[in-house]
Design a protein around this ligand. Structure first.
Ligand SMILES: [Mg+2]
Length: 246
């Protein structure tokens, strides 16, 4: 494919895994508010947005749909707890290839964004421990919409606002580790790239309709390999002085 105009990354299961810090924060919130150790296990790692996770868990644990105030209270308790759960999580991991790929893409001029079901503050808290926020210029979050396709559309619109003209959605890569990421990419008119770094295999991501499938972020992204190989020789020809300026 042609050079992508922007590349969007999911967080959990693609860039990092928090080692259950999100689930523990939800559990803490329900326990703090209602004295109920809510089971949010069935709603994690599936690519659901935080508003949906909060609503479904509330309904299942408390027995009725949350009012707007109840939902806001649960989400804010989750958020208040999240920094310490992320900081103390022994299972927090940056996934394979991420720390090499992101600076490389930035240096090659690809605008990078976040598409995540996490509310915006949660996304930044999760990325901060690995110092990854600095690579992302824009994003779409669970706080923009409970619908993943809609928040992905918003992320792409924001990239267009930053860059000065609307993007060609068919030249935007949306990377994610779940079938929901792929569905969201397509709902937004973008290219869905499944990465089998979470709980879904390459076969399952192909079955979900992924346009491209990778085993991990060590592998080349569609449309970017030529950019990298094209950039390397020109840098090799630079003198030391030019390289310092570059
Ligand atoms: Mg994910």
């Amino acid at each position: 494919m042609d050079r992508p105009q922007a590349i969007l990354f999911d967080i959990d299961g693609l860039l990092i895994t928090t080692g259950g810090a999100g689930a523990r924060s939800w559990r803490w919130a329900f326990n703090e508010l209602y004295g109920i150790p809510a089971d949010i296990g069935k709603f994690t790692d599936a690519g659901m947005t935080d508003p949906v996770v909060g609503r479904l868990t509330f309904t299942s644990a408390i027995g009725h749909e949350p009012s707007p105030v109840e939902l806001a209270t649960v989400i804010s308790h989750y958020l208040m707890r999240l920094p310490e759960e992320v900081a103390s999580s022994s299972g927090y991991t940056v996934l394979e290839g991420v720390e090499a790929l992101l600076p490389r893409l930035c240096k090659a001029g690809f605008p990078l964004g976040i598409t995540t079901g996490a509310v915006e503050a949660a996304a930044h808290i999760k990325l901060a421990r690995a110092n990854l926020n600095r690579f992302f210029t824009f994003g779409g979050y669970g706080s923009d919409s409970a619908d993943r396709g809609e928040l992905t559309r918003k992320a792409i619109d924001r990239a267009g606002e930053i860059l000065g003209s609307a993007l060609d959605r068919q030249r935007v890569l949306v990377l994610g580790d779940t079938p929901k990421d792929i569905a969201a990419a397509h709902a937004a008119g973008a290219i869905g790239v499944g990465v089998a770094s979470g709980h879904y295999s390459k076969d399952e991501l192909v079955e979900a309709g992924a346009d491209y499938v990778l085993g991990s972020l060590v592998e080349d992204l569609p449309g970017v390999a030529d950019e990298f190989s094209g950039a390397a020789p020109s840098k090799g020809q630079m003198t030391t002085g030019q390289e310092e300026m570059a």
